[in-house]
Design a binder for this molecule. Structure first.
Ligand code: ADP
Length: 492
């Protein structure tokens, strides 16, 4: 059986730990991909030490040279795209089309960041004094940690590692325990692209142990985290206490608002994609539909028909539209929330149970589930499920729709379906989410466009796009005085 190894100081090393977990295909639990030895705290420290030792040389490597390595990694990912997509589907469960999409997004992000290596510009600033000016330079922070979840196990690591490296930081990468195989392949690709030893390190282990060790190491100057709100807030509290930088991308409860003039067919299909795509395991997944009363019955009927028609199965089958939940824990969480919604009085329209039958019994499959007549105080309307469960909240008018959409702790993504420009742009002004979509699903994003949320969803700088390097750089201001004279007046 394949045992995944850590990558520390340019070497693949097997952990001495005897604590192991199996990496299991969630569509078929008989299929075990490999075994993870849960790294020890000493091994995590060794990874940070290696990154610290490599920092000086990497920092002084010209940014375009750093970018060239990241660009080569993008080319290698392209060469291995199909192999990586198949591995991603086998490890995480998403459909092969979704995996190919994730790979393409990762390639785009790496390419974009490589290009940014030639644009790490500061600004030149006029002074109020003659023969004086100031300029700014961007400098790397040092060792940064990238702590990532399992739901986008290729794209999220790439959108943290690529900008961190381009900016001149060295990296300790700690992926989710459930997705070690893709993490190892990412690091192998950077190795093949020529990343110098110690610049990128991989530690496979539990968050509470290895993650905790990395967070508290004084050499780790910044932590970029994507994962659950609970873990992110805990991590933020811990790390901010010692003054290190934190960027957290956490949960969502993303609403779709459907007005009475919407193209209902488009709204139904986009909502189904947003809610059930990736089995609902996206931080931008649609989890609430907020709809005006007059079109609610028709919308719910059409959406239920669409949900019932979804082909559930192994993501490796190209005809599958929805794969499994990632593991038993997540599967049980989804079923628990379905029970909670029922107990709280939501009306189950379709789904609501494990999906079983042909080819499904050895996987963690849940039926696409739709609840109607959900009210804002119900837990199903407030808490992130991370599964294929969608709630419909009916409202009387546009103002109530906005108020209901904003009645959430989270603020990641949203959509509006309408053809009325006046109300669409009022919605854009008033909706409390970091990203919003007009007549398209709550999901999706592009490599060159900033990504992130507000309220309890996001802490720190936005990732990707023009903001990708912000978190990974310090700004230094340089004052230049070429008068050659002692300064007089304006002595503040
Ligand atoms: P998810 O369910 O999306 O994996 P988590 O928040 O549980 O969300 O985990 C996200 C990442 O954070 C994973 O890599 C996990 O191992 C890591 N993690 C979990 N707990 C901690 C912790 N206490 N300190 C550091 N990292 C942690």
């Amino acid at each position: 059986m394949l045992t995944y190894r850590n990558f520390i100081d340019g070497q693949w090393v097997e952990s001495i730990s005897s604590r192991t977990i199996n990496n299991v295909n969630p569509a078929n639990t008989d299929d075990v991909l490999g075994v993870v030895r849960q790294a020890t705290r000493d091994e995590a420290r060794a990874a940070v030490d290696a990154a610290q030792a490599a920092f000086r040389d990497w920092k002084t490597t010209a940014a375009p040279t750093r970018g060239r390595i990241v660009n080569l990694a993008a080319r290698l990912m392209e060469d291995h795209k199909e192999e990586l997509a198949q591995l991603l589907t086998r490890e995480e469960g998403k459909t092969i089309a979704e995996s190919r999409g994730e790979l393409q997004r990762s390639i785009n992000v790496a390419e974009f960041c490589a290009g940014e290596s030639r644009r790490m510009n500061g600004e030149t600033i006029q002074s109020e004094l003659p023969s004086n000016f100031a300029y700014t330079i961007k400098q790397p922070l040092g060792v940064v940690a990238c702590i990532t979840p399992w739901n986008f196990p290729v794209a999220i690591p790439i959108w943290k590692i690529a900008p961190a490296l381009v900016a001149g930081n060295t990296v300790v990468f700690k992926p989710a325990s459930l997705t070690p195989a893709t993490a190892v392949r990412i690091v192998e690709i950077f190795e093949e692209a020529g990343i110098p030893k110690g610049v990128l390190n991989l530690v496979l282990g539990s968050g509470s142990d290895v993650g905790d060790e990395i967070l508290n190491h004084p050499a780790v100057k910044a932590i970029s985290f994507t994962g659950s709100t609970e873990t992110g807030i805990r991590l933020y509290e811990q790390v901010s206490r010692r003054g290190a930088r934190v960027q957290c991308e956490m949960g969502g409860k993303n609403p779709v608002v459907v007005l009475e003039d919407a193209d209902l067919e488009l709204a139904v299909e986009s909502t189904a994609q947003g809610a059930f795509g990736s089995s609902g395991q996206r931080c931008t997944a649609t989890s609430r539909v907020i709809i005006l009363d007059q079109v609610a019955d028709e919308f719910v009927a059409r959406l239920a028909t669409r949900a019932k028609s979804m082909r559930i199965g192994s993501g490796a089958d190209p005809t599958t539209e929805m794969g499994p939940s990632v593991d038993e824990g997540q599967f049980n969480t989804v079923l628990k929330y379905i029970d909670i919604a029922r107990e709280d009085g939501a009306e189950l329209v379709c789904g609501g149970a494990r999906a079983s039958g042909d080819g499904l019994d050895k996987g963690y499959f849940v039926q696409p589930t739709l609840f109607d007549h959900v009210t804002p105080e119900m837990r199903i309307a407030r808490e992130e499920v991370f599964g294929p469960v969608l709630s419909v909240l009916r409202v009387k008018d546009f103002d109530e729709a906005i108020q209901t959409a904003n009645d959430s702790d989270f603020g990641l993504s949203s959509s509006i379906f309408s053809n009325d420009a006046v109300r669409i742009f009022r919605f854009v002004d008033e909706i409390e989410t970091g990203m919003t979509h007009i007549n398209s699903p709550t999901t999706g994003g592009e490599a060159h466009i900033p990504f992130g949320g507000i309220k309890a969803t996001g802490i720190g700088d936005r990732e990707q796009g023009s903001t990708a390097l912000d978190f990974y750089t310090e700004l230094k201001v340089v004052y230049v005085d070429y008068t050659g004279r002692k300064r007089e007046g304006n002595l503040y």
